[in-house]
Design a protein around this ligand. Structure first.
Ligand code: PMP
Length: 415
């Protein structure tokens, strides 16, 4: 874990768990152990209540209404934008665009910036550890434009090979789009270095911060990234909700991504003029309830403090890593020096689906498969892995339960 200093405060995890209603249940007769946080984290009471309060108290369409409910809904909606601006330390709230999540944020950049600025033989660089959502939109763009997609290889530990990256960069590179923290390996990439090197060649950089947002302190001004994509549901917020950060100068130069209401200034059958940012990119009635709940999720993270969250998760990750390393049949996949709390592993001779199913029978939820990173799995010569990923409410006792479960599985299936 990076950026952990002495100001860290120990969190009261027992009290914290009570804020997450879903954790208080039995699965298959056993207390739920939820270790699938890289797929989606659970939601605290404040987030769930925000959705209910919106629909019960001030459901109204935003921006154009002059009645009280519309004003209240608009204020709450725009407050989230300001909360996110502060969360990412963007210069202005107009640089924050609401989307359905990381996937839509990346598609927006590829479909708008990419369509306008990418030409034949231009090059786009991604890394070998990208999620499919940071591969396919660029492939689609390259196909349409006759551009070329280049891939930075990763080491056996799961770290980006910086020299290979430098060799790939050239005057032809127009976009570098890389994951901040890998969902399959946990690797935290040296994003500042990647950004600076891309800028030296005149390329712009998009960061996929889907996994990083809940764990890492993100400052888009210090990073100087051009775009950053994130999802609310990995930061204790609602699903199908997220944001794109983009530098004002770039967003202003980009055409709309979708046409419709809200994104216009003036419409006639002869010609339409477009709204200013961020509204130019927010066509149609947005998901107001979930935007409002997103604000509560960010407040929740701010209340705990990212440093404190990261410190707790690092403790759980280190503990789990040590325990799993001690089991001879288990091989860890992704052993980078700097990691978020993701622990991928395989057990020789046992299919990952069997591991997942048998742990589920013991009430333990992990993820199995390729984790939407099929090309990465191919690089490692694997079909998939078993993956345990930890959030702020997880405990060492839960790790112990998983270890007992894994030992039983190995004993049962290997005899
Ligand atoms: N990138 C990474 C690294 C992810 O982990 C995920 C979600 N698994 C995504 C992108 C896509 O996020 P979403 O499905 O919320 O759009």
């Amino acid at each position: 874990m990076s950026a952990i200093t002495e100001e860290i405060q120990k969190l009261d995890i027992t009290a914290l768990r009570k804020e997450f209603p879903v954790l208080n249940q039995q699965i298959n007769g056993k207390p739920l152990v939820y270790f699938d946080n890289a797929a989606t984290s659970q939601k605290p009471d404040v987030v769930i209540k925000a959705i209910e309060e919106y629909y019960q108290g001030y459901n109204a369409n935003i921006h154009r209404g002059i009645h009280t409910l519309a004003e209240k809904a608009t204020k709450a909606f725009e407050d989230t934008r300001e909360t996110l601006r502060a969360f990412l330390n963007a210069t202005e709230k107009e640089e924050i665009i609401f989307t359905k999540g990381t996937t839509e944020s990346i598609n927006l950049v590829a479909g708008s910036y990419g369509r306008k600025f990418i030409r034949e033989k231009d090059e786009i660089i991604i890394s070998a550890m990208e999620h499919h959502s940071n591969i396919v939109p660029w492939q689609m763009l390259c196909e349409e434009k006759g551009a070329v997609l280049k891939v930075i290889p990763v080491s056996e530990k799961g770290e980006i090979l910086m020299e290979a990256y430098e060799e790939l960069l050239s005057e032809r590179t127009k976009i570098v789009s890389v994951v901040y923290a890998s969902n399959s390996l946990g690797t935290i990439n040296p994003v500042k270095e990647l950004i600076d090197k891309a800028h030296d060649k005149g390329a712009i950089v998009l960061l996929d911060a889907a996994q990083a947002a809940a764990h890492e302190e993100i400052d888009v001004q210090t990073l100087d990234c051009d775009f950053l994509a994130m999802s609310a549901h990995k930061v204790y917020g609602p699903t199908g909700m997220g944001a794109l950060y983009g530098k004002r100068s770039l967003l202003e130069d980009m055409p709309p991504y979708q046409g419709g209401g809200e994104m216009i200034k003036d419409v006639s059958f002869a010609k339409t003029t477009y709204n200013d940012i961020p509204y130019k990119f927010e066509a149609g009635t947005p998901n107001i309830a979930d935007v409002v709940a997103f604000r509560e999720a960010i407040h929740f993270v701010n209340r705990l403090g990212k440093k404190n969250i990261a410190a707790h998760e690092a403790e759980i990750l280190d503990y789990a890593t040590e325990k799993l390393q001690a089991i001879p049949d288990i091989r860890l996949i992704g052993t980078a020096d700097d990691k978020v709390s993701v622990l991928s592993f395989v057990i020789e001779g046992i299919h990952h689906f069997d591991i997942g199913q048998m742990l589920d029978a013991a009430g333990i939820a992990i993820r199995t498969g390729h984790h939407c990173t099929q090309p990465l799995m191919n690089e490692f010569g694997l079909e998939g892995t078993a993956r345990a990923s930890f959030a702020v409410y997880n405990t060492k006792e839960e790790v112990d339960s998983m270890v007992v479960g894994l030992e039983k599985i190995i004993k049962f299936l290997k005899q």
